[in-house]
Structures are given as structure tokens and as C-alpha cells.
Write a protein that binds this ligand. Structure first.
Ligand code: CRA
Length: 840
């Protein structure tokens, strides 16, 4: 277990200590108290879940006290606040993280153990809040942790989906989806604030009129109105008193039952509004890096953005009694284009509701917003049909046309006659019936800063996807390489390694990850290497036990743990990994005595339910596993394990046990990746392409400590330009042919030669992601990996150096850069005040 930081234990227990105290006795009393009065149970009736709830509530009490003091401090100091708008927050379990950030994990563990209870087991009773798909949502969660730790006033705004990312089951090798009913046993962490509910309008039409001061005004007469109810979850910083909040909106009907409709005999019509409203926050769209242009999705986006902006404005007016300085006191970050409707919504609120003139409103808007782009994939660019948009948000469409008119007038002055450029920059694409609103263009025009998420990604944005905007306003563009929080991804997820590190270099690394450099001095120390290996070995044993328990596969803990966990997507090339597995299989079949390094191939990840090819790749992995794992002639040298329902909690265990990290996307496709950082931080070596943040990871850890493979981005572009033909690679590579033929003949599908045909056809005749072009390089590099793994001492040295050199990839570094260069906000320290009679 992780070690505690210095938290005073006075030993005193007073009544109020039940909710704030940090001593062993206070914590014990708090848990009992919450068991009794929160769960209504005593130790005779309580289930492990009841104990979990009591622990969670006890932590929540401690955080709420600090939250109140944080909020007061921010107001007293007139602090500028960061508002992080994101359709996804993939938070993972809260309770372990709160114990860690409060610095009392060990103490609570000890207290429970005295009563025969095991903290780690109880924490597993928490249903993981999975309100995100993958990297983008998890990044938002890491950033909230860093914002609080750096004592920055901040609020995360999003949607309280009733169903988060679906639960994945593997049935007969195929992915099946089950709804994620994460709220069904209650949520100990949230507090609802119905008194701050906001009203959101949809549909209808607009009417113009001239007001009493002779000003031209517009009125929006909606078809529906919906309430947004905020639910707050406290977000504690590590080792500080700052507790920020994540505020998620739930949609509720503003008109539960339409009596007129009911009396007219229209029973279903009477509840239609209720159904429309409650649908909005019902379910997370399960697509990662692709859009599903559904009306409900736009409703979700507008719903949470409108609630959040109204909330920001309400708080601002309450404090300053004016909106003139809104942009001086708020920085609003758009996490991709999902919340970019906020630009039109803030204009509407300022102009229509708060009667500001256009120029001032536009100045404030442009200075509030900044936009992070997360992808170069064309299928992920959001474009809403003007028809649908105008039906749902008639007033916003007018505002967008006005923004566009003014913007394009400026562009015309700069580039007279360059009509193609003007068409590319326009917020509206196309003509006539299939006109589209381009959300990325709206985000660029309405923001003061635009950033990509890794150096290569930002460069490609400037050269490619957002080139015209870059040429127009290069000063807006900035890179912010992603980062991950060392609290969850090392301290909480890998207690054995954390303890060793702290023992050697002290605990400063927890909030200053560059400190890990001090481990370099032990990289050649045989004793240290030995301990380092033993820790990895112990983590591998834990994971092996998990795999056996959950997936019923026995794996050899002396084999190389070769891991690819991430969403299933063709560009991430899980299929290339499979081609390598089959290559090794063929080598052993050809020559049973061939000296092959034993490997365990671990996969995990969900496929979007409508993404057929991705689901077929899962089926292939499981089919290869079924053949390979049971073949006695392999003598256990190859094992394949697809771990079902990969999520944040599972990933913590996986990173701690991984030895080889697969980061093999086609160069130029993965914007950054963040799993790559978590693996290396936990001492796994990377096999990867020069893509996303891999480029910078390799720079930091040193080329000699990184297994590079595949084409570079310029090579990919070049090959594409001259006409890529997978056949050229296929015809000249006999080992590759053998692999493809084995799949084709039905070897992994009980003789069914049709099952995997779609995968093979796409490789042989199109191969959009150039697997064949990178096949040989990947195989050669994997062979080098196998050799290197056999040099145990040198492998350990490389592993230590990877961890030691990961400082740059802390989300604390990323967030400090955002603070200085984008948001212009400063830390606001918060004091912790004990109870006093004046509190009444
Ligand atoms: N799918 C990128 O693909 C990146 C994260 C976070 C992604 C990842 O390479 O690490 O964002 N993009 O920046 C995305 O969601 C809409 O685009 C991702 O998570």
C-alpha cells in the first residue's frame, strides 16, 4: 500500500471530529457513524458494500469541509476561475483516490484491519464512474486532479449520464454490450443542488422586435424547455486544502405532466415532454474518435453547455454585479468541439438575455474561450446539418450566420478574391439542402487560443487540418502535450513501486515528477535492480491471478507481459499485433525447437457497438487465443488473453504489471495517446511508431531505451501520395503470406474461411492504415525486444530509466503550461480552519 504523508494525528476525538478528524480514532468513529446513519446498518447487518459506502461518505465529509473553505477563499480573493467544459469525464473510482490525496490511505487501512476488514477489497465495491470513452475523457479527469493539486480555482462541467460507457462481455469470442447502471445502488460521492437548476430551451422559432430604447432585439420562442439539475462531486488536490468541484448536469422535465393534453384524452402526449427531457442525459455515446451525427447528441451538447454558461454567468453576476469583466475572471476551455456551441450560446446570453451590444459581447466571448483539438481523423470532425441545427437551435443558427458574415468580411479584406480559401474558412460548408455547420471552424474563430495535444499533432494541425486558420492567426496556435496524474497512475496504482521510489528519493516526486530523475543514479545498482524486478514480478503475479479468476486463462509469470490496452480502432492497429502473434506461432510450428521467448499477449479495450470491423478484430484475438492457448506443442510459450470490460480500475493493475507497451498506430493518426505515458511511468518499455506523444517519450527516455518501428509521418504521406499498394509488400514477404493464409483457411475459425474475410480483404486490397507497409519493421523490432528481454540486467536498467525520465508527462506540467500560457491564472492557497463557534 502507498505510504501516508504527514497528516497530524492529535489523538483527540471530539464530536465534530467525526466529520473532519484525521486521527485513527476519529476515522474509526466516522466510519461507524456513516455506517449507522448513512446506511442504517450496524456491523451485524452491514455488507461489504455498506462498509464501502461508509468509508466513501467519511471521505466525502472531510472533502466537503475543505470544499466550503475553498469556495469562500476563491470569492474573497476575486480569483480568476478555469471552467473545463467536457462531454466526458472518465474519472475512475473516487474513494481510493480521495484517501490518497488526503494522505490517509494507510491509516484507514490500519483502522479497518483492526476490525478484520480489508480496505482494498472494500474499495472494489465502488461502481466505477465511466462517463467517458477513452483518452479524451480520462485526460479531463487527470487535469481536474492537477488543477486542484496546483491550487487553481477550477470547475469541471459535464453531463451526468445515467448510463456511462457500456459494460463489455465476451460471448463466444464476440463483444456483447450491457448497459452500465452505475447509479443503481446510489452514488456516495455526489451532492445534488436543485436550487441551482437552470432552464434550457430547444426548438421553436425566433421573433424580432424593437425594444423601448429603439434597439433591435430577438426573442426565442422555444418548443420545449428542460431543467438541468447540477450534481457536484468534490475534487481534492494532493496534499493541499484545495477541493474543486466537478459539476455534472442531469436533465429533468420542466413540465412533468401536461394536464391539458391529459384532459383532451392524449395520455402519451401528456408525458411527451417528460420523455424528451429525460432522454437528454440518459446515455453516453459510445464512439471514440468518430462522431455519430445524431440529434440527441447535439441536444446533449447544447444542454450541458447552456447549463454551464448560465451557471458561470449567475456566479459572476452574484459576485461582480456586471458582466463587463467576465473574460478577466473566467477562462473557459473547450475539450474538443463537443462543447463549441458554447461560443454561440455565450453570445446569445450576452446579447439577448443581458442586452449587451454585439462588439462587446464578441470581445468577451473571444477572450473567454480556448479550444483543444484532440484528433486529426476526418471522421471525428463534427459537422451538423444546417437543417437539423436550425430546427433545434434556431437562434444559434442566426448567431452563427452573423459571426460568419463578420468573420468572412475580414477574411475577404486579407485575401481579396481568394474564394477557395474563403470557402474553406467559412463556418458553413456546402450549398443548398446539405449545408453543414463546421464546429471546428466555430471553435477556432471564437477562441483566443487553439492547441493540439502533442508536438507532432500540433504541427500537423498547423500544416493540414487547420492550416487556413493557422495562416490567418498563427499567434493563436500553441502546443500542450498531454500529461497524466502521478497520483492515480503511480502512487495509487502501483503501491509497491511507489514505496520503493519514496524510500530512495523521498516523496517530492508525487507533486514534482521531474524528481524521478534521481532514480537514474540507481540504474546500475545491482541491489536496486533486483528489487525493481521483484516488484514487477509481484505485480505480474497479481495480474496473473486476476486473469485466471476473471478470464480463466493461466499465464506464465516468467514470460514477457506484452500489452496493448486501448479502444479498439483500426488506426491503433491491434491487428498488426495479432499478425506478430501468428508469425511466432508459425515459427514454432515450422520448427518446434526454435528458441522463442515466452510471451503473454494481453489485450483489453472496447469497440464502439456499431463498429463492425473493430468487433471482428476482437473476435479474431479471441479466436487466436483459443487455438494458441490450448496447443500443447507450444509448451506454454505463447499465451493470448483478451481481458473483458477494460476500464480505469483494471488499467491501474495492468500498467503496474506491464513490461512491453504496444503503441503502434499508423504515424500521423494518434493525436497523442496517454496510455503510452502510464506504461512508461510504471517501467514498461515501449515498442512504438513515431506518432503522437511517442515522439516526445522517446526523446525523453533516450532512443536506446525505446523500441522504434514503422514508417514516419512524412513517409506515410509520401507513400500515400505515390499510391500505396499493399500487394507490393505482401507478394515479397513469405512470412506475412503464411500468416494471412492461415487466417484465410479458417485455422482460427474451425475451418470457416469466410469469418475473417472482411479483415483480410481490407488488408489485401486497401490497407488504409498501412499494416503491410510496417509489418516487417514491426516483426524485426519485436525480435530485438525478445533479445533485449533476455539480457535481464540491461532490460531492468532500461525500465528504471524509463520511469526516471517520465517527469515531463505529469499532468501537473501540462496544467501549469495551460495556466501560464492559455488561461493566465494563478494558484490560490486555501487555509484549513477547524470548527469554531462562529461557524453558526
Ligand atoms: N481518442 C486521441 O485520439 C488523445 C486523446 C486525449 C483522443 C488520443 O490520441 O490522447 O484524445 N481524441 O487528447 C479524441 O477523442 C475526439 O478526439 C482520444 O481519446
Amino acid at each position: 500500500a502507498p505510504q501516508d504523508t504527514q497528516v497530524p494525528d492529535s489523538g483527540l476525538v471530539r464530536v465534530e471530529d467525526d466529520r473532519t478528524g484525521m486521527s485513527e480514532q476519529s476515522l474509526k468513529r466516522a466510519i461507524v457513524d456513516n455506517l449507522h446513519y448513512g446506511q442504517g446498518k450496524d456491523n451485524y447487518f452491514a455488507t461489504p458494500y455498506d462498509y464501502y459506502m461508509a468509508i466513501a461518505r467519511s471521505m466525502r465529509d472531510r472533502l466537503i469541509k475543505r470544499r466550503i473553505q475553498t469556495a469562500r477563499t476563491h470569492i474573497q480573493e476575486d480569483s480568476k476561475v478555469v471552467y473545463y467544459l467536457s462531454a466526458e469525464f472518465l474519472m475512475g473510482r473516487y474513494t481510493g483516490n480521495s484517501l490518497i490525496n488526503l494522505g490517509i490511505y494507510e491509516r484507514v487501512r490500519k483502522v479497518l484491519r483492526e476490525s478484520g476488514l480489508e480496505l482494498d477489497d472494500l474499495l472494489e465495491k465502488e461502481h466505477e464512474p465511466g462517463l467517458g470513452n477513452g483518452g479524451l475523457g480520462r485526460l479531463a479527469a487527470c487535469y481536474l486532479d492537477s488543477l486542484a493539486t496546483l491550487e487553481i480555482p477550477a470547475v469541471g462541467y459535464g453531463i451526468r449520464y445515467e448510463f456511462g460507457i457500456f459494460e463489455q462481455e465476451i460471448r463466444n469470442g464476440w463483444q456483447a454490450e450491457r448497459p452500465d447502471k452505475w447509479l443503481s445502488f446510489g452514488n456516495a460521492w455526489e451532492v445534488s443542488l436543485p436550487e441551482y437548476r437552470t432552464e434550457v430551451k430547444f426548438g421553436g422559432h425566433t421573433e424580432s422586435y424593437t425594444d423601448t430604447k429603439g434597439r433591435y432585439q430577438t426573442n426565442w420562442i422555444p418548443e420545449h424547455t428542460v431543467f438541468g439539475i447540477p450534481y457536484d462531486t468534490p475534487i481534492p488536490g494532493y496534499g493541499v486544502n484545495t477541493v474543486n468541484i466537478l459539476r455534472l448536469w442531469k436533465a429533468e422535465s420542466s413540465n412533468e405532466f401536461d394536464l391539458d393534453a391529459f384532459n383532451a384524452g392524449d395520455y402519451l402526449g401528456a408525458v411527451a415532454n417528460k420523455m424528451f427531457s429525460e432522454n437528454i442525459s440518459k446515455v453516453l455515446y459510445p464512439n471514440d474518435d468518430t462522431v455519430q451525427g445524431k440529434e440527441l447528441r447535439l441536444e446533449q451538447q447544447y444542454f450541458f453547455v447552456s447549463c454551464s454558461l448560465q451557471d458561470i454567468i449567475r456566479r459572476h453576476i452574484y459576485h461582480y454585479n456586471s458582466l463587463d469583466n467576465l473574460h478577466e475572471k473566467s477562462a473557459i476551455q473547450l475539450n474538443d468541439t463537443h462543447p463549441s456551441i458554447g461560443i454561440a450560446e455565450l453570445m446569445r446570453l450576452l446579447i439577448d438575455v443581458h442586452q449587451m451590444d454585439w462588439e462587446q459581447a464578441w470581445h468577451i466571448t473571444q477572450n473567454c474561450f480556448a479550444y483543444t483539438n484532440h484528433t486529426l481523423l476526418p471522421e471525428a470532425l463534427e459537422r451538423w446539418s444546417v437543417n437539423l441545427f436550425g430546427r433545434l437551435l434556431p437562434r444559434h443558427l442566426e448567431i452563427i450566420y452573423e459571426i460568419n458574415f463578420r468573420f468572412l468580411s475580414e477574411v475577404r479584406k486579407r485575401y481579396p478574391g481568394d474564394n477557395e480559401r474563403i470557402a474553406r474558412l467559412s463556418l458553413i460548408e456546402g450549398e443548398g439542402a446539405d449545408k453543414k455547420v463546421r464546429m471546428a471552424n466555430l471553435a477556432c474563430v471564437g477562441s483566443r487560443k487553439i492547441n493540439g495535444v502533442a508536438a507532432l499533432h500540433t504541427k500537423l494541425l498547423q500544416q493540414d487540418v487547420l492550416r487556413d486558420f493557422y495562416e490567418l492567426a498563427p499567434e493563436k496556435f500553441i502546443n500542450k502535450t498531454n500529461g497524466v496524474t502521478p497520483r492515480r497512475w503511480l502512487l495509487l496504482g502501483n503501491p509497491r513501486l511507489s514505496n520503493l521510489i519514496t524510500e530512495k528519493i523521498g516523496e517530492a516526486w508525487i507533486t514534482n515528477l521531474d524528481e524521478l530523475r534521481k532514480l537514474e543514479q540507481f540504474a546500475d545498482d545491482p541491489q536496486f535492480r533486483q528489487t525493481w524486478r521483484e516488484i514487477k514480478q509481484a505485480n505480474k503475479q497479481d495480474l496473473a491471478a486476476y486473469i485466471e479468476r476473471k478470464n480463466h486463462i493461466q499465464v506464465d509469470t516468467n514470460s514477457l507481459f506484452d500489452v496493448q490496452v486501448k479502444r479498439l480502432h483500426e488506426y491503433k492497429r491491434q491487428l498488426l499485433n495479432v499478425l506478430h502473434i501468428i508469425t511466432l506461432y508459425n515459427r514454432i510450428k515450422r520448427n518446434p525447437n526454435e528458441d522463442i521467448l515466452p510471451r503473454t499477449f494481453i489485450f483489453g479495450g472496447k469497440a464502439a457497438p456499431g463498429y463492425f470491423i473493430a468487433k471482428l478484430i476482437i473476435k479474431l484475438i479471441n479466436s487466436v487465443a483459443a487455438v494458441v492457448n490450448d496447443d500443447p506443442s507450444l509448451e506454454g510459450r505463447l499465451k493470448v488473453a483478451f481481458l473483458s470490460n477494460y476500464n480505469v480500475s483494471m488499467s491501474q493493475q495492468i500498467y503496474a504489471a506491464a513490461e512491453l507497451s504496444e503503441q503502434i498506430s499508423t504515424a500521423g493518426k494518434e493525436a497523442s495517446g496517454t496510455g503510452n505515458m502510464k506504461f512508461a511511468l510504471n517501467g514498461a518499455l515501449t515498442i512504438g511508431t513515431l506518432d503522437g506523444a511517442n515522439v516526445e517519450i522517446r526523446e525523453e527516455v533516450g532512443a536506446e531505451n525505446f523500441f522504434l518501428c514503422g514508417l514516419t509521418t512524412p513517409e506515410v504521406y509520401e507513400l500515400k501520395a505515390k499510391g500505396y499498394n499493399p500487394q507490393e509488400y505482401y507478394q515479397s514477404n513469405s512470412e506475412l503470406q503464411e500468416v494471412i493464409r492461415l487466417i484465410a483457411c479458417g485455422h482460427f475459425s474451425d475451418g470457416d474461411s469466410q469469418l475473417f474475410r472482411p479483415l483480410l480483404d481490407s488488408l489485401l486490397y486497401n490497407d488504409k492504415y498501412m499494416l503491410f507497409a510496417d509489418y516487417q519493421s514491426y516483426i524485426d523490432t519485436q525480435d530485438r525486444v525478445s533479445q533485449a528481454y533476455r539480457q535481464e540486467d540491461n532490460w531492468t536498467r532500461m525500465s528504471i530509466l524509463n520511469t526516471a525520465r517520465m517527469g515531463k508527462f505529469s499532468s501537473d506540467r501540462a496544467i501549469s503550461e495551460y495556466c501560464k500560457e492559455i488561461w493566465h491564472v494563478e494558484p490560490v492557497p486555501v487555509e484549513f480552519k477547524e470548527y469554531s463557534p462562529e461557524d453558526m
